[in-house]
Design a protein around this ligand. Structure first.
Ligand SMILES: Cc1ncc(COP(=O)(O)O)c(C=O)c1O
Length: 394
């Protein structure tokens, strides 16, 4: 086990690598198992699930325990981490851990679309009402709190549009009202924004993105503070959630290099965002580190840096122009994920998935996940794409 005083690189490299789990190897091996057998009746009767104790496959083995421990160590003040088969499963488990029939949920308007959809598909049938709030609401969220508000779900920067919330103000209102807080921290990871020490109760990671980092696994995690760990464990156990040892292994392997990759993603994205901001066809660049991004002041105050995902809007409309631009991109591919080593460009339309706020843009909005290619090559790809946009007939 490492101590919290060590640097982030050291914690990423050494986290969760207990000798009893690694058995002399560098990585805890992939321990595939459903059944753990007990040698005696006494051992069988004494058996209980728990970290570091074999019991039954759903409760994991060394591969999963090591990943969970490494993730917990990244969040000072955290008590434990639950692992899930996807980021969406992690969000759902966090929500279900906090609510009961009759409760009220405040959810940011800019939450990831499938998270938003849980209001209708998961919470409403349970008798839980969800209200969406403006990501720039800050302390004014106090006006939306009700006696039955059980949880505030934040995601910052916002999905697709990157608004940065005033998290300390929102957390302090939630605490005063005894509501729990969930924060989807997939964009920043604990390396750029530490959630638990800011008083957040449940911190979600879609491991699928930066922690995995290689576009080859689906996984999620929820790291919990002291007020929420027991209820998260109870809910996850009831839901039967677990993560396969193969995916836990890949996730842990990604984790070891997260700091190096994030630095490169961040640098590449900033170079490209600044270049785009000067391009005559570009209207707005929505990158939290640029002053043009709503909530930029919260980003500079609260985050230790950025990552590789941002968006920009174009000045002129035109689906044909957009197709001419993106269909011909050589390095940026189109796909629904982000956080991998490869760059992605995704045309998006946030308008129909906002209810508390209004999304307006003069032209198409494109989200970029800047990978690990040379930024100069990525800029050349975008430059040629923007030239095609300009040249194409509407
Ligand atoms: C912010 C955010 N949270 C959660 C998820 C869900 O992760 P997964 O695709 O692993 O379910 C995503 C996926 O894009 C996301 O962008």
């Amino acid at each position: 086990m490492t101590t919290r005083r060590e640097g982030i690189g050291t914690r990423l490299v050494h986290g969760g690598r207990r000798p009893e789990w690694t058995q002399g190897l560098i990585n805890p091996p992939v321990a595939r198992a459903s059944t753990m057998v007990f040698p005696t009746l006494a051992a069988l009767e004494k058996g209980r699930p728990g970290e570091g104790r074999h019991f039954y496959g759903r409760y994991g083995g060394p591969t999963q325990w090591a990943l969970a421990e490494a993730l917990t160590e990244l969040e000072p003040g955290a008590v434990g981490t639950g692992l899930y088969p996807s980021g969406v499963a992690a969000v759902a488990a966090a929500l279900l851990a906090c609510v009961k029939a009759g409760d009220h949920v405040l959810m940011v308007d800019t939450a990831y679309d499938p998270t938003r959809a849980m209001a209708e598909s998961l919470l409403a049938p349970m008798g839980v009402e969800t209200e969406f709030y403006d990501p720039l609401i800050g302390a004014r969220i106090a006006r939306l709190m009700r006696p039955n508000t059980a949880v505030v779900l934040m995601e910052s920067p916002g999905s697709l549009t990157f608004e940065v919330q005033d998290v300390p103000a929102i957390v302090s209102v939630a605490k005063a009202a005894s509501a729990l807080t969930i924060f989807d921290n997939t964009w920043a990871t604990p390396l750029r924004f530490r959630t638990i020490e800011r008083g957040i109760d449940l911190s979600v990671q879609a491991i699928t993105k930066y922690i995995g980092g290689h576009s080859d696994l689906m996984a999620g995690a929820v790291t919990a503070g002291p007020q929420a760990w027991e209820r998260l464990q109870r809910t996850s156990k009831a839901l039967g959630h677990c993560l396969s040892p193969d995916d836990a292994f890949l996730a842990a392997r990604g984790l070891r290099t997260l700091h190096i990759r994030l630095d490169a993603h961040e640098a590449g994205a900033l170079t490209i965002a600044r270049w785009l901001a000067k391009h005559p066809l570009v209207d707005r660049v929505l990158h939290p580190a640029l002053p043009s991004c709503p909530g930029h002041e919260h980003f500079t105050r609260d985050f230790t840096g950025g990552t590789g995902l941002f968006a920009f809007t174009l000045k002129r409309p035109g689906k044909g122009r957009l197709a001419a631009m993106v269909d011909g991109l050589k390095l940026f591919a189109m796909g629904y994920s982000w956080g991998g080593f490869e760059s992605l460009a995704l045309p998006v339309n946030p308008k129909p998935i906002r209810t508390a706020t209004k999304w307006e843009a003069n032209g198409p909005t494109i989200r970029l996940s800047v990978g690990l290619e040379d930024p100069a090559d990525l800029i050349a790809d975008l430059e040629a794409g923007l030239a095609r946009f300009e040249a194409a007939l509407p």
